[in-house]
Design a protein around this ligand. Sequence first.
Ligand SMILES: [Mn+2]
Length: 382
Amino acid sequence: VKQTREKGPRKRPFSISSLDPSSAPRKLRLARLRAKLADQRADAIFVSSLHNVSYLCGFTGSAAALVVDEASATLFTDSRYTFQAAEEVRGARVRITKKGLLAEAGAYLRSRRAIRRIAYSEAQLAVAQHHALRKAAGAGVRWVDDGNAVEFLRIVKDVGEIAIMADAATLIDSVVRAVYKQIKPGISELDIAAEIDYQMRRKGAAGPSFETIVASGERSAWPHARPTNRRLGKNELVLLDQGAILRGYCSDITRTVFLGESPQRVRRLYHAVWEAQQAAKGAIRPGATAGDVDQAARRALERAKLGPYFMHSTGHGLGLEVHEGPRVGKGSTAVLQEGMVITVEPGIYLEGFGGIRIEDDVVVTRNGYRDLTTAPRELLEL
Ligand SMILES: [Mn+2]
């Protein structure tokens, strides 16, 4: 059942249903992948990352491998997914395996005499799995590193992907706004996290992009705190970091609020983080490096004498995975291009006091950037 989208006058030109029948984006993805394989002098690629499989052929089941060669693509999955594969897969043949995915994919490679050099990802295959695959494929096949070929393609999103990611961002925006009403002294971090997760499912998300973070008081100084049964008190910071998966794509937003009337110190620190985020966003344009974006945030916090309290990257690429390319950290030489989606999330963390982070998802546009998440960024006092 698709999420209902009747409300509102805006027509969405790139719903998944309007993309799939033509399968044009997937054809283009396969064509680009083949060009990369030719560069690496590989005859085929063995794709085992499920995100890469769904990116290339649309299949979203939990057991699959895809072999792409010069002229064809073959998806291997098992009989639990017969109907699902028939519905989802575009641009690839489907083989329902009976004796195990790796054994049959390997046997297929052995039978294909023209495939001698096959690219694969060391990072996406367990050692035991690679042993099984090698054994089935036989000694005639040479395995070479795929150079993250598919991950590189995924960094630049097409219009259809950006439309979905904008919807995923809007969804999590509305969750954050709704949950503010429930944040008050006495409620526990776990209660708030449960409410966030519940709200996103009610709004059509497949689930959270990562374990929802709710950290209050001193615990907000832990950048990746797990929610606990700690109850919120008066006059403390609450950091909320959450994301939703919608039609396969992740969103990721952080807001920090204050329970009560904020003291001068909190307002000053919050403003410095906000300025750092503005500075980082201001550095986003095609041709700039991701390292430039990171440096803009870092310099702004250094100017405010808060440099030592910012101890993580400014952001990361976002898409089918919550962390993907490009890296948006110190010294990153990745060159920004129109269509990349990244997070911008500077933060400061003071032990024994608390932490403040403001995070948005943005898409790189022709001459700058556009925010996908838009929930208010001024310091909210609840
Ligand atoms: Mn993030």
